[in-house]
Design a protein around this ligand. Structure first.
Ligand code: FAD
Length: 475
């Protein structure tokens, strides 16, 4: 491999072609610490031309490539396999905000710009980039697009797929496709950008994107409510949306065990209510107009819901600081779980109306098989998306429970499937769920995915071992 290393060093500079284990190790393990791989090298190109040259050099000698952004993905998609045959191409040095066009409500950025920096650039231009994730300080545009990330504002603005206008991609043979069009309408054939959105780096490397911007809300109301049940939460969401429409920008369900972990592990976290309740929702309403009294709209609906017994208690943030504190309870759930230890994680979607049935039936089935287990359920109930995680509260019993991940997953995923849902709502497939796809995706759909993969990457050099299971050389 010496000639390849020499070429890569010449292309990106020695300082950006890492081979020493102490330098490469942060790039070889995923955020959860579940997967650790090995790689020939970790390469950090500075711009699109360098990415293309690196891909060409690797393709010339048949070396696979693992694209990587902020390495915050939760399915092992950015972690190389253990065989050590691949080169990791990390995009973090591609950091330019290429242009902001407020009149066209569009921003064009390099793939390595963090989500927080895109939000800040939009804000600086008097606009909103609405995608918001707890990992936004570290995750990058290329990673967010490649996982089609969701987050807390999908209810109002859609997931990443709906926020992308155009892409620039380095294809598996090193060609650059410039599809950076800031158009709302373009019916000139297949819309190729959608192939790369959510492809988890298996079809090419995204080097830049043109994203949609929106008007900035001028008022926000945030409330933390104890609800009688998940069914009461779904009913409240439906009522709020019929009154406030798209002003309901976030509606997050949080179970008590989720809150307990945050209170236990996150310094400064405080229960907003004086009594414990089994279920909460975090609601956010926003408006670009100030002439509508959003707080009054919310309070009127809450008065009815309290009268009906659907809402048991609650607090409406009286300041930005209070709103931030409420949001940090929600946003720290993943971090608190990480500090607590390993759990079996599911990121599932079902129709919103089926959420109460899913929670009832999955909870009962799991409790019957594994009495006393802890279920941490929370998520974007307005999108029908729940993070549904299991562990043993006693640490000395947890390892044996985690060893049963596959059978626990089957209970959850079979029910999700029966309810017409998805086994991966927003985190993707990566290494974690690829063995599950054949059981839950229609054979025709899977076959089309294999054909697309083969058409774009016939030698299977782009992120091998992710998403699809091998049936052809390309997989
Ligand atoms: P990486 O982890 O580096 O990569 C993810 C995948 O994309 C890999 O398959 C990789 O090969 C591929 N990839 C990366 N960059 C490129 C590129 N330029 N071109 C082609 N392929 C590429 N997700 C949600 O949807 N909603 C949430 O609310 C959410 N919350 C999170 C909270 C925390 C605390 C954490 C740690 C993660 C969370 N995530 C969430 C997971 C989410 O997938 C990531 O944060 C983000 O989308 C990944 O971006 P990244 O730059 O870190 O990508």
């Amino acid at each position: 491999m010496t000639p390849l290393f020499d070429t890569l060093r010449t292309l990106v500079g020695s300082a950006h072609c890492l081979t020493d284990p102490s330098a490469t190790s942060p790039y070889l393990t995923d955020w959860r610490g579940r997967y650790t791989g090995t790689a020939l090298a970790v390469v950090l190109p500075a711009d699109t031309a360098q990415v293309a040259a690196v891909v060409q050099a690797c393709a010339a000698v048949g070396v696979p490539i693992v694209p990587q952004g902020g390495n915050t993905g939760l399915c092992g998609g950015a972690t190389p396999l253990a065989d050590g045959k691949a080169v990791v191409v990390n995009l973090s040095r591609l950091r330019k905000i290429r242009s902001v066009d407020p009149a066209n409500n569009a921003i064009t950025v390099d793939a390595g710009v963090t989500l927080a920096d895109v939000q800040a650039a939009a804000d600086g231009a008097g606009r909103l980039f609405p995608l918001s994730l707890a990992s936004e300080g570290s995750c990058e545009v290329g990673g967010v697009i490649s996982t089609n990330a969701g987050g807390v504002q999908v209810l109002r603005y859609g997931n990443t797929r709906e926020l992308v206008l155009g892409l620039e991609v380095v294809l598996p043979d090193g060609q650059i496709w410039n599809g950076l069009r800031a158009l709302r309408k373009d019916n000139t054939g297949y819309d190729l950008k959608h192939l790369f959105i959510g492809a988890e780096g298996t079809l090419g490397i995204i080097t830049a994107a043109t994203l949609k911007l929106f008007a900035k809300p001028r008022q926000t109301v945030t409330a933390w409510l104890a609800v009688a049940s998940p069914a009461a939460a779904v009913e409240l969401l439906s009522r709020l949306r019929s009154v406030a429409g798209d002003r309901v920008t976030a509606f997050e369900l949080i179970s008590r065990p989720s809150l307990d972990l945050v209170l236990q592990h996150i310094p400064g976290a405080r229960d907003p209510l004086s009594q414990a309740h089994p279920w909460y929702v975090l609601v956010e309403l926003t408006d670009t107009l100030i002439s509508v009294d959003l707080a009054a709209v919310l309070e009127a609906e809450l008065a009815t819901a309290i009268g009906d017994g659907a809402v048991l208690d609650g607090t409406v943030a009286a300041s930005q600081a209070q709103a931030t504190a409420l949001w940090s309870l929600r946003e720290n759930i993943s971090e608190a779980q990480k500090r607590e230890g390993v759990s079996i994680k599911h990121d599932i979607a079902v129709p919103v109306s089926a959420i109460p049935e899913f929670l009832d039936r999955a909870g009962a089935a799991l409790e019957a098989c594994y009495p006393g287990l802890r279920i941490v359920a929370f998520g974007h109930v307005g999108d029908g998306n729940l993070h549904y995680n299991q562990s043993r509260p006693r640490h000395d019993e947890n390892a044996a429970f985690i060893a049963r991940t596959e059978e626990v997953g089957r209970v959850v995923h079979d029910l999700v499937h029966e309810l017409g849902g998805s086994i991966s709502a927003e985190h993707g497939i990566g290494q974690l769920k690829r063995a599950l796809l054949p059981a839950y995706k229609p054979a025709v759909e899977l076959e089309l995915m294999h054909r697309i993969k083969y058409a774009l990457d016939p030698r299977g050099l782009m992120n091998p071992g992710k998403v699809l299971q091998g049936r052809r050389a390309a997989d």
